[in-house]
Write a protein that binds this ligand. Structure first.
Ligand code: ADP
Ligand code: ZN
Length: 217
């Protein structure tokens, strides 16, 4: 499958992407994960991106497009991809359109995860993430606990709160979403690719997506 997951921070894009990956051999491509790994590794890209990320602002489009152009060339993208957190702005969506035309690839679907704001706020403040860059499993201090001593159940690394998950940065990320990313809903509606899903159950969301792109179950 080749799909884009749209939705506010905390809408569940990462969770849905991981669940979809299990159903298919498509890869999840999360620009947020790529950027966080670059920051942790202290690469040039990481150094450029870090300040924007900590403030809850978007990283410049040109930097993101460089990342994505090279990411799409990697062989694991051949079988399909689930884009999680990209595109984030109209210029990114327009560049993606040209890039996919150049690579002769067509999107199957753009999913808009429409989750009430109260649910989003609650999820973001209670969310915790595995600190192992290779894992990044998502936990929740109320509904999906790590081990009693705060370790990841998958890999044993410490589970932490992300730097951009302070209340101030969360508010800023939601504002940025409304200003810069929400307009993509109309963009993909006009492209005839949009499917809005108003559910908070990931099982239900995954089965709607699978049905929509013609996979059974
Ligand atoms: P969330 O969707 O929960 O905000 P992400 O992990 O997708 O988190 O992104 C974290 C941060 O990384 C963003 O706040 C932004 O600074 C940066 N980022 C990720 N993807 C993009 C993108 N496509 N364009 C610009 N900045 C991005
Ligand atoms: Zn882990």
């Amino acid at each position: 499958m080749r799909i884009i997951l749209l939705g506010a921070p905390g809408a569940g894009k990462g969770t849905i992407a991981k669940a979809l990956m299990e159903a298919d051999s498509s890869v999840q491509i999360s620009t947020g994960d790529i950027l966080r790994n670059a920051v942790k590794a202290g690469t040039g890209l990481g150094k450029e991106a870090q300040g924007y990320m900590e403030r809850g602002e978007l990283v410049p489009d040109t930097l993101i497009m460089e990342i994505m152009e090279s990411r799409f060339q990697e062989p694991d993208c051949q079988k399909g991809f689930i884009l999680d957190g990209f595109p984030r702005t109209i210029p990114q969506a327009e560049s993606l359109k040209l890039l996919l035309e150049k690579l002769n690839l067509k999107l199957d679907l753009v999913v808009n995860l429409d989750v009430p704001k109260a649910v989003i706020l609650d999820r973001l403040t209670t969310r915790r993430t595995c600190s192992n860059p290779e894992c990044q499993e998502i936990y929740n201090i109320r509904s999906k606990l790590p081990t009693a001593d705060g370790k990841c159940k998958k890999c044993g690394s410490p589970v932490v709160q992300r730097d951009d998950e302070t209340e101030e940065a969360i508010t800023k990320r939601l504002e940025t979403y409304n200003q810069k990313t929400a307009p993509l809903i109309d963009f993909y509606l006009r492209e005839g690719l949009l499917k809005t899903i108003k559910s908070t159950s990931s099982e239900e969301i995954v089965s709607i997506i699978r049905r929509e792109i013609g996979l059974s179950g």
